[in-house]
Design a protein around this ligand. Structure first.
Ligand SMILES: Nc1ncnc2c1ncn2[C@@H]1O[C@H](COP(=O)(O)OP(=O)(O)OP(=O)(O)O)[C@@H](O)[C@H]1O
Length: 218
C-alpha cells in the first residue's frame, strides 16, 4: 500500500475552542491508483492533502507512506520524503518567478538528486513546452504555467502526486487538455494520484472517488 490514513484527526483553533475538520479519516491508496477527493467548500479537502504531503501534521491517527509512519517522522525526515517521493500541484501554479521554465521544471528533481534529462525532455515535449524553456513563468498563459508545474512535479519520478484543484484556474477547454495530459503522464510514470476537485466530471475520470462530509469520508 502506498498511502494509508488510519483514523486521522485534525482540528484548528476557533473562537469557541478547537474546531474539528477531520474527525477520523481512514483510506488506502495503492501504487499507481488515481483517487478523487470531493466535498463542499471548507469540508477539509486541502487539509487532508496537506497532511498526506507532510506539510501539516495530524493531531491523532496514523499516516503511512510506503509503510513509513509519517506521523512519527521528524520535520527533516518528512521534508526528505516530500523531496523524493511526493510532488504537489496547486491551483495557483506556484512556479518560481525568478527561474526560467527549464529551471523550474528541473527544480524538484535537483532537490531530490534525481535529474534524468531524457525523462525531463519527454515530459517537456508531451506537455508542449519545448519552445518555452528559456522563458520566465510570467510570460506564459495560465495553461502553460500549469503544464510547467506538472512537468516539475513529475520530473523527480514521485510515487505520489497530490493535486489541489489543478485545473481550477483554467478555462474549460484548457482545463480538459491539461487534465488529459496530466492523467496520461501519471499513468506513464506509474505515480499514484490524489486529486481534490469540485468537478464531478473530473472526479469521474479517476479510479475511485472519496467524499468528505462532516469530517469523515463517505
Ligand atoms: N491554518 C488554519 N487555521 C485555522 N483554520 C483553518 C486552517 N486551515 C484550514 N482551516 C479551516 O479548516 C476548514 C477546512 O479547510 P480546507 O481548506 O481544508 O477546506 P477545503 O475543503 O479544501 O475548502 P475549499 O474547497 O474551499 O478549498 C475550514 O473551515 C478552514 O477555515
Amino acid at each position: 500500500m502506498l498511502l494509508e490514513f488510519k483514523d486521522v484527526k485534525k482540528s484548528y483553533p476557533g473562537s469557541d475552542g478547537p474546531v474539528a475538520v477531520l474527525n477520523g479519516v481512514s483510506f488506502r491508496l495503492g501504487q499507481g491508483e488515481t483517487l478523487a477527493l470531493t466535498g463542499e467548500s471548507g469540508s477539509g479537502k486541502s487539509t487532508l492533502l496537506h497532511i498526506a504531503s507532510g506539510l501539516e501534521q495530524a493531531d491523532a491517527g496514523r499516516v503511512l507512506l510506503d509503510g513509513q509512519n509519517m506521523t512519527q517522522a521528524d520535520d527533516s525526515s518528512r521534508a526528505a520524503l516530500r523531496r523524493t517521493d511526493i510532488s504537489l500541484v496547486f491551483q495557483q501554479f506556484n512556479l518560481i518567478p525568478s527561474l526560467t521554465v527549464a529551471a523550474n521544471i528541473s527544480f524538484q528533481a535537483r532537490l531530490a538528486g534525481r535529474v534524468d534529462t531524457q525523462h525531463i525532455d519527454g515530459l517537456t515535449k508531451a506537455l508542449g513546452l519545448a519552445e518555452h524553456l528559456g522563458k520566465y513563468p510570467e510570460t506564459l498563459s495560465g495553461g502553460q504555467q500549469q503544464r510547467v508545474a506538472i512537468a516539475r512535479a513529475l520530473a523527480a519520478r514521485p510515487k505520489l502526486l497530490l493535486a489541489d484543484e489543478p485545473t481550477g484556474n483554467l478555462d474549460e477547454a484548457t482545463a480538459a487538455d491539461v487534465l488529459e495530459q496530466m492523467l496520461n503522464l501519471v499513468a506513464q510514470t506509474g505515480a499514484a494520484l490524489m486529486m481534490v476537485t469540485h468537478s464531478p466530471k473530473i472526479a469521474g475520470q479517476m479510479d475511485r472517488q472519496l467524499h468528505l462530509r462532516g469530517g469523515v469520508l463517505v
